[in-house]
Write a protein that binds this ligand. Structure first.
Ligand code: SF4
Ligand code: SF4
Ligand code: SF4
Length: 354
């Protein structure tokens, strides 16, 4: 694709034809504020915060949907842009509960962050505020919907359609009543939602949240620990949000090489086993009808001795080994090496092949 030359805030730059002005600005380190825009999702110019001034054009333009053009001169931070941007934010806040003091999303909320950045404390416009109370009716175990905090940015519906390919949620109703709906406006659990949580990951406000995080602590009390999902061999990365040594929620790690922001239901919500009281934390050795707690050294010594005895008495082919997709490639390699070279058998298979 051909390069076009344009000027943004006095900086001459080049961008591929078809690039949005917002992306071209980001490429040279100029951040244009936006709530509905995310680089993984199609732009839809819903929040109108990314407005910029383009020389020769009478009205401000939404930079997320405006494509670069040769010779274009763009200003992203003029007094006019700042004035209108604040106005747009005030309009969004005019129908928002502004519950930051008790909202579990505070500290991780894009709306709160932009209000702070732009110095918008309150809205001059008052009127009806929404009271949907979906959180009362939606008793699924994973996701809380509080559409009073929805800003109709449609990142959730785009994420469900474009990232997950599920189309479980869509735009419902019109005008002031517009908000996302699952199916024909039913609880998530009664729709085709598969609880991947992509909608939660892309929601810029507290309208969609992990149920486990409600009332579990403020964002700034949590430490993010980036780790690899233990469930399958894909090896998705995500962040554990940990408070006082306990996991509060899993959030996407935006720079995850394998999976980006995407996770499946197991990776995002299936971590409660970590703190489960029935979880095995020590090896158990059978003694008669009982299992007795043992140290790792005792357990490994026993397994090594018994495998050696079986091999010596009956030959290596009396043993079979099943590897797991939950292990890394390196662990599986070592296991097959051990099976062939130490146990003396080719009886090794892998669960993912079955
Ligand atoms: S969603 Fe964001 S702006 Fe709204 S109450 Fe919660 S933290 Fe505040
Ligand atoms: S959890 Fe996944 S499938 Fe369900 S609505 Fe959200 S994005 Fe769509
Ligand atoms: S629920 Fe969140 S992502 Fe969806 S439209 Fe509302 S604010 Fe945007």
């Amino acid at each position: 694709m051909s390069l076009v030359e344009l000027t943004i805030d006095g900086k001459k730059t080049y961008a591929e034809g078809g690039t949005s002005v917002l992306e071209a600005a980001r490429q040279i380190g100029i951040e244009i504020p936006a709530l509905c825009y995310h680089c993984d999702l199609p732009p839809n110019a819903a929040c109108r915060l990314c407005l910029v001034e383009v020389e020769g054009q009478r009205v401000l333009q939404a930079s997320c949907t405006l494509q670069v053009a040769d010779g274009m001169i763009v200003h992203t931070d003029t007094p006019k842009v700042q004035r209108v941007r604040k106005l747009m934010l005030e309009l969004i806040l005019s129908e928002h509960p502004n519950d930051c003091m008790t909202c579990d999303q505070a500290g991780a909320c894009k709306l709160q962050e932009l209000a702070y950045q732009l110095g918008v404390k309150e809205s001059r416009f008052s009127g009806q505020t929404q009271r949907y109370q979906h959180w009362v009716t939606d008793d699924n175990p994973f996701i809380v919907r509080d559409y009073d905090k929805c800003i109709a940015c449609w990142r959730c519906t785009a994420a469900c359609a474009e990232v997950q390919g599920r189309l479980a949620i869509g735009k419902g109703y019109r005008g002031f009543e517009a908000h996302p709906v699952a199916g024909l406006d039913v609880p998530y659990g009664e729709s085709i939602c598969e609880f991947c949580g992509q909608c939660v990951a892309y929601c810029p406000t507290g309208a969609l949240m992990e149920r486990s995080a409600v009332g579990a602590g403020r964002q700034w009390e949590m430490t993010k620990v980036t780790t690899t999902c233990p469930y399958c061999g894909v090896g998705c990365n995500f962040d554990l949000n940990v408070k006082d040594g306990r996991i509060v929620k899993v959030t996407s790690h935006p720079e995850a090489v394998v999976n980006g922001m995407a996770l499946c239901v197991k990776g995002r919500f299936g971590w409660d086993f970590v703190h489960h009281p029935d979880r095995l934390t020590h090896p158990l050795i059978r003694q008669g009808d009982d299992f007795v707690e043992a140290s790792w050294d005792e357990a490994l010594d026993l397994v090594a001795r018994r495998l050696g005895e079986i091999r010596d008495e009956s030959g290596g082919d009396a043993i079979a080994v099943l590897a797991s997709a939950k292990c890394t490639n390196e662990e599986n390699y070592v296991l097959q090496k051990f099976t062939r070279a130490v146990l003396g058998t080719n009886n090794i298979d892998h669960c993912a092949r079955l």
